[in-house]
Each structure stands twice: as structure tokens, then as C-alpha cells.
Design a binder for this molecule. Structure first.
Ligand SMILES: NC(=O)c1ccc[n+]([C@@H]2O[C@H](COP(=O)([O-])OP(=O)(O)OC[C@H]3O[C@@H](n4cnc5c(N)ncnc54)[C@H](OP(=O)(O)O)[C@@H]3O)[C@@H](O)[C@H]2O)c1
Length: 158
């Protein structure tokens, strides 16, 4: 979201709880904070989806011609069922769903270096939401699974 904003995109952020997370998401560069793709009225050019299932299907529906949806995660744990007509008609011309798997990416050094430099320079906020001993990792994992931890968890190896 921060990178999209810095690149000049108009950013729509979705969260299950806009009232709670809206202010923070706007501070990071969201132009609008919505509770899901169903609230998006205009067509969009690109989607980064971390949830999958019905949310991915609804987001694909709102993709403009020539748009791309990148499926990054499947936190919802559900499969995707596209309704009849989802891939036909003029409104759906040349749209793509692209998958992504970090561990299959090569030559990440330059990108990671650029990201680390951006964090160090204060241009990117890494959103560390939890920090503690690696012995307390189960607490961080439970908070993530319970959708109470929004951001990164950092474990100290001491
Ligand atoms: N492709 C790759 O190589 C790669 C690499 C790293 C991570 N991932 C994946 O990327 C995803 C995001 O990582 P993360 O650590 O940020 O995941 P996460 O903590 O599981 O979920 C991210 C957000 O998704 C929303 N969410 C979770 N469960 C949901 C559900 N059932 N329905 C609707 N929204 C839900 C929550 O947002 P709200 O509470 O604000 O609604 C949550 O904060 C994960 O699925 C992870 O496996 C993929």
C-alpha cells in the first residue's frame, strides 16, 4: 500500500474493521478505506489480494479491462468459485490473475536492499506491531491467527 501510494496510485485499502484501522491505513497512504471489494464502485486497474476465496472473486469482478489481480495470500482459507460470465463480455477484456510465491523468486537482493534502505531512510514504515522474546512466539502467532496483530511481529533471539 505504501509503495503503491508512493508510485502515484490512487489506493483503496480493505479491512474487516475500517472504523478501527481506517486512520492508520490513511496515514500509510490509503485514499479510501473500505470493508471489502463489494464496497468498490469504480473499476480498478490492479489488485493485491491476501485473503482469497470470495474476496478474490469479488475483487476480480471489479477489475478494469487490461487490469491485473496478484494473488499473494490465502488467509481466508477458502477456495475460489467464479460465477458464469466472470471471464466473458467486453467489460472483462484482457484481465489477468497472477500468482506469486516468494520462495520461487530469484535475485531478490537488489529489491530487498532497496526496501531496507527505504526503511532506514524513513520512507517506508515496516509496521512493527509486536516485539518480544522468541520464547513468546506462540503469543504472537495466536494474535495473528485471531486477527488482533496488524503488522509485523519481531522476535528477539536473546
Ligand atoms: N505468496 C507469497 O510468497 C507469500 C509470502 C508471504 C506471505 N504470504 C501470504 O500473504 C498473506 C498475508 O500475510 P499476513 O501475515 O499479513 O497474513 P494474515 O495476518 O493472516 O492476514 C492479513 C490480513 O488479512 C485479513 N484476513 C485474515 N483472515 C481473513 C479472513 N478469513 N477473511 C477476510 N480477511 C481476512 C486480516 O485483515 P483485517 O483484520 O484488517 O480484515 C489480516 O490482518 C498470508 O496469507 C500469507 O500466507 C504469501
Amino acid at each position: 500500500m505504501q509503495l503503491a501510494h508512493q508510485g502515484g496510485a490512487y489506493v483503496l485499502a480493505t479491512t474487516g474493521d475500517p472504523a478501527r484501522h481506517g486512520e492508520g491505513l490513511r496515514a500509510l497512504g490509503a485514499d479510501e478505506v473500505l470493508s471489502g471489494p463489494a464496497d468498490v464502485t469504480d473499476r480498478v486497474d490492479a489488485v493485491l489480494d491476501q485473503v482469497g476465496g470470495a474476496q478474490l472473486v469479488a475483487a476480480f469482478e471489479r477489475l478494469a479491462p487490461h487490469g491485473t489481480l496478484v494473488s499473494v495470500g490465502h488467509s481466508g482459507g477458502d477456495g475460489e468459485t467464479f460465477p458464469f460470465g466472470a471471464f466473458s463480455g467486453p467489460a472483462g477484456h484482457d484481465r489477468s490473475v497472477v500468482t506469486f510465491f516468494l520462495m520461487a523468486c530469484h535475485d531478490l537482493g537488489p529489491d530487498l536492499t532497496w526496501l531496507a534502505e527505504s526503511v532506514a531512510a524513513g520512507r517506508l514504515d515496516p509496521q512493527i506491531a509486536w516485539r518480544g522474546s522468541w520464547k513468546d512466539a506462540p503469543d504472537a502467532v495466536a494474535a495473528m491467527l485471531g486477527r488482533r496483530l496488524h503488522g509485523k511481529a519481531v522476535l528477539d533471539l536473546v
